[in-house]
Design a protein around this ligand. Sequence first.
Ligand code: RTP
Ligand code: MG
Length: 140
Amino acid sequence: MAVERTLSIIKPDATRRNLTGKINAVFEGNGLRIVAQKRIQLTKATAGAFYEVHKERPFYNDLVSFMISGPVVVQVLEGENAVLKNREVMGATDPKKAEAHTIRAQFAESIEANSVHGSDSLENAKNEISFFFAGTEILP
Ligand code: RTP
Ligand code: MG
C-alpha cells in the first residue's frame, strides 16, 4: 500500500456544533495524520469553483449556499491508502445510508449538511489539495 494524501473539509454544520475535535479524533484514530489544517470562511466564488464539477446538478446552488453558511476547516490527511480510507471513515453521502461507525452516521444532519468532504480519487485529491494549500503549508 502507498502513502497518499487526500483533501478533507469539515463542513459548516460541524464547525457550528463544535465537532472539529471529535471528527479529527476519528481521522487520527484511523491512521490518518493531519499534515495541514486551516479554518477559513469560503466565499461564493471559491465554493462555486471548488464544486464546479457539480455545476449541472440540481443541488449545486444549495450546496454552495450551505458551504458559505459558516467557517469550514480544510485539511490534508496523510496515510496508507488515505483517499479510500478517508471515504470509508466518512461513510455514505446520505447519513441514513452510512455505516454506524462512520463520521456521517455519527454526526451528519442531512444528505447536504453531512459534516465532511473527502476527495474521491488520488487525481482529484492532488487538485483539491493544491486548490487550498501551498506545498510549504503541508508538514508531514
Ligand atoms: P463530498 O464530495 O462532499 O465528499 O461528498 P460525496 O462525494 O459523498 O457526495 P457528492 O455526490 O460529491 O456531492 C457533494 C455534496 O453535495 C451535497 N449533496 N446534496 N441534496 C442532495 O441530494 C445532495 N446530494 C449531494 C452533499 O453535501 C455532498 O457531500
Ligand atoms: Mg464528492
